[in-house]
Design a protein around this ligand. Structure first.
Ligand SMILES: [Zn+2]
Length: 120
């Protein structure tokens, strides 16, 4: 992160318009040579799927590699340095898992209550 690339990332675009304006800034910085499109830094397709990254950009000044994940329906996407993107994705996946477990527990409670009423 530096003045040349970006001073902060975005964990989830609030709206499509925010994503589009960030996209435009990225394109302008690419045109100016401040950002360069780079390959998946890990060269690992599993990591690529996990990260949901559409494009990687490297800063020509600080060498930071940024990942851009575009929003898609419920997915809000992000634009973050890769190291922070990994942490962000882990947090998102853990939250999804917690929601899944909470949903299963709710189903179990409803089942138990239904059975209990039937046996009464
Ligand atoms: Zn930079």
């Amino acid at each position: 992160m530096c003045e040349n690339c970006f001073l902060k990332g975005i964990s989830g675009f609030a709206t499509w318009q925010v994503y589009e304006s960030v996209s435009k800034v990225i394109q302008a910085k690419r045109a100016a040579g401040q950002l360069v499109v780079t390959a998946n830094p890990t060269l690992n397709s599993l990591v690529n799927n996990f990260m949901a990254v559409d494009a990687y950009y490297q800063c020509s000044s600080c060498q930071e590699i940024w990942g851009l994940s575009s929003p898609d329906n419920a997915w809000r996407g992000y634009f973050l340095p890769i190291k922070r993107a990994v942490i962000y994705m882990q947090r998102v996946k853990n939250l999804d898992r917690a929601k899944g477990i909470a949903g299963l527990m709710l189903v179990a409670v409803v089942l138990i209550l239904t059975l209990w009423k039937m046996l009464k």
